[in-house]
Design a protein around this ligand. Structure first.
Ligand code: HEM
Length: 227
């Protein structure tokens, strides 16, 4: 047996700094990916219904009639995931004084002068805006979607409701598409380690300290890690 088999390397500062912090529980991650899947289905089928130029998208999910049948059901599944997200994260998404100061000084963020901004909690201002915009949009999509699902039930004397429902459903869907694209870009490419946190549930101490410093101190009670 060589000496390297028996002698243990001392724990270095770097090992300590790479200690992982739990960020998302298993249930939170499963629900998030369920939401991502159901939203993507509604996105593909909704775009297919929106314009003939994108009707070919329906072929990916089994053709037009199949897409028409499942679109409202996946809308309901998405609503369920949003409701669970609201229960899981609603408390952490409340705007506080630091968020308002952060938003008022967003120029510093754009200029890469993060030291001039207040420390960030579990979620930052942009994540909170995204969350609440998605919650509000889901409610509008659900209400207008029901009118379109049971459109024959709307009396002709009240047919203005059909036009209003179509307008709301399509325009709110377009807003969510914009938000969704920003969300996917920011959470996969902009902050290294974010995507892994939604897959494995953990982040490094350095990640937490860099992007969510107030939360880092809350959950670890430890000093700044070496980077
Ligand atoms: C395939 C599409 C999606 C990808 C790749 C994705 C990726 C991610 C990642 C990596 C995070 C962790 C961010 C962090 O903690 O720094 C996250 C968080 C989150 N995701 Fe998604 N997501 C997707 C779709 C969705 C959808 C459809 C919703 C529904 C509204 C959603 C809502 C959220 C929320 C509210 C958070 C927590 C706050 C935030 O980071 O914005 N995601 N997502």
């Amino acid at each position: 047996m060589s000496t390297t088999d028996t002698v243990r390397r001392p724990r270095t500062t770097t090992d300590f700094d790479e200690e992982l912090i739990p960020r998302y529980s298993f249930v939170e991650r499963v629900n998030h990916w369920f939401g991502a899947l159901t939203y993507s289905y509604c996105l593909i089928t909704g775009l297919a219904f929106w314009t003939p130029y994108l009707y070919w998208l329906a072929a990916i999910v089994g053709g037009g009639p199949t897409a028409r049948f499942w679109h409202p059901w996946f809308g309901l599944f998405f609503t369920v995931s949003q409701f669970l997200m609201f229960v899981q994260w609603g408390g952490d998404m409340e705007m506080d004084h630091d968020d308002r100061v952060w938003a008022d000084n967003i120029k510093a963020y754009i200029n890469n002068e993060d030291d001039k901004l207040p420390p960030v909690g579990r979620f930052n201002w942009g994540q909170k805006i995204y969350f609440w915009a998605m919650v509000g949009s889901t409610i509008l999509l659900l209400l207008s979607g029901f009118v379109l699902w049971y459109v024959e039930a709307v009396p002709w004397s009240f047919h203005i409701l059909r036009y209003v429902a179509i307008l709301i459903h399509a325009s709110v869907a377009l807003i969510t598409i914009g938000l969704f694209l920003i969300h996917v870009y920011m959470s996969t490419l902009l902050e290294e380690g974010s995507f892994a946190s939604m897959v494995y549930g953990t982040v490094t101490r350095a990640w937490a300290w860099t992007f969510h410093r107030k939360w880092y101190y809350q959950v670890t009670g430890k000093s700044r890690p070496n980077q």
